[in-house]
Design a protein around this ligand. Structure first.
Ligand code: HEM
Length: 417
């Protein structure tokens, strides 16, 4: 049967993933006119799938597992070892509940307040500077926000070092060579830092507020009733802090969108409560961040005439699904209003994964991301005036993750009167 499924005639396409980046799967889906094709990557057969039906399949936990799907190099830099991302079944659900329990309405409202306060404090000094680099500043603001929300003490003189380390872990995910090694070292340093904090909480040398992520991770008990070893508790607490820092990239993309599509700025300034939601959704759909996700076939099955054999690596095309012309009208245009009519399917808009939060691996921090983005972009448009000097703001689709060279320089930043 599998003979009918398009196949890349290649010995190994790994190099092409590095050179085509986010477009590797979408280019082939378009060329082969198929939502499924077979290729070879890192010396193994890989099935690539994309689109809504593919996402629905990918999130069927009867058919797929994550064990053995996350490459070591990603665990050593981005995720950490033995983290929620690589668990399956009841063990995964139990650990995931730990994350989801932090996402209550009250805690999200509190996070919004912290975010706004941190922007206010940071921007107070900006009028004294001729220019600032938005990405760098946003990253520090996010580190402060994340630590305050998570209950993690942060020494003032360490802020920029921590911001660099957490940023380097994110920056490493699509990298080979020095960028990957920087990510690994950053992870080692960050794990040491957070592990010592967890240990202090357990030794009652440091107070953790019962509604903080620090407390939750320090005192979480696994299914066998035991506390997590402090190393894993640290990895999971970093799984809260690091991705909040990652929101700095989306804030920068959002600010670039406001610049590139000035009509959106006016609408966001006059927001009636809906527009900011559509705007941040469109930023998350339009700009590249997560390229694809991997899982391994749990047991043999057939889908669209393709035999999925147990153990095979399958990649779900995130970027291409968010730009799929069958799902999105004019997918390469930035149009926040498209979300007015979006039906809210868990499988067609998947910048942070799809499916169910509790049962599957969909991002635990999607609501956090949306709220922090809204607060940050509303602050930028409603509370600040600034000018954008000439610079190259192109956001490419090859480097993973992308960022314009300048990091988005702003000048003459002042509080709005
Ligand atoms: C998982 C993207 C922000 C916590 C994921 C996944 C993606 C993703 C693609 C994988 C989904 C899957 O494997 O099926 C992003 C992006 C973010 C972001 C682009 C914003 C820049 C956050 C935030 C948090 C967070 C703010 C926490 C506060 C997690 C956790 C997982 C996850 C814990 C693992 C879930 C699991 O394996 O069950 N994220 N995320 N993320 N994310 Fe996020």
């Amino acid at each position: 049967r599998t003979e009918r499924v398009p196949r890349e005639k290649t010995i190994d396409d790994t190099f092409k993933v590095l050179t085509e980046g986010y477009m590797y799967i979408p280019n082939r889906r378009a060329r082969l006119r198929s939502n499924i094709f077979i290729t070879r990557l890192l010396g193994q057969k890989v099935i690539c799938i994309g689109g809504k039906e593919a996402a629905q399949l990918f999130y069927d936990t009867e058919k797929f597992q994550r064990k053995g799907a996350v490459p070591n190099r990603i665990q050593e830099s981005l995720f950490g070892k033995k983290a929620v991302q690589a668990l399956d079944g009841v063990e995964h659900q139990h650990r995931k509940q730990l994350f989801m329990s932090l996402m209550t309405k009250e805690r999200l409202q509190w996070l919004t307040k912290i975010t706004e306060k941190q922007w206010q404090q940071a921007t107070k000094k900006w009028h004294k500077r001729k220019k600032i680099t938005l990405f760098d500043e946003a990253r520090e603001i996010m580190v402060r926000t994340a630590c305050e929300w998570a209950g993690v003490p942060l020494q003032e003189e360490k802020v920029s070092e921590r911001a660099n380390d957490l940023g380097d872990m994110i920056d490493a995910f699509g990298a080979v060579g020095p960028r990957h090694w920087a990510g690994r070292q950053a992870r080692n340093r960050s794990e040491r830092w957070i592990r010592s904090i967890i240990e202090k909480v357990r030794a009652e040398e440091l107070d953790a507020s019962p509604d903080s992520a620090l407390y939750a991770m320090a005192w979480h008990r696994d299914l066998d009733g035991k506390l997590l070893v402090s190393q894993i508790a640290a990895v999971e607490l970093i799984n809260i802090i690091r991705p909040i820092v990652a929101i700095a990239r989306y804030v920068t993309f959002g600010a670039i969108a406001l610049h590139d599509y000035p009509e959106t700025r006016e609408k966001l300034q006059a927001d009636d409560g809906n527009y900011s939601q559509w705007f941040v959704q469109e930023v998350r759909r339009f700009y590249p961040f997560g390229p694809f996700l991997g899982a391994r076939v749990k047991r043999d099955f057939i889908w669209q005439d393709c035999r999925f054999k147990k153990g095979t690596l399958v990649l779900l095309d995130i970027y291409g699904t968010n730009h799929d012309p069958k799902l999105w009208k004019k997918p390469n245009e930035f149009q926040p209003e498209r979300f007015k009519d979006w039906e809210g399917s868990p499988f067609d808009f998947i910048p942070q994964g799809g499916g169910d939060y509790h049962k599957g691996h969909r991002c635990a921090g999607e609501w956090v991301t949306i709220e922090v983005m809204k607060t940050s972009l509303e602050f930028l448009t409603q509370k600040l005036d600034y000018q954008v000097p000439a610079q190259d703001l192109h956001i490419g689709t090859v480097r993973m993750p992308p960022l314009p060279e300048s990091g988005f320089v702003l000048k003459n930043v002042h509080a709005r009167l």
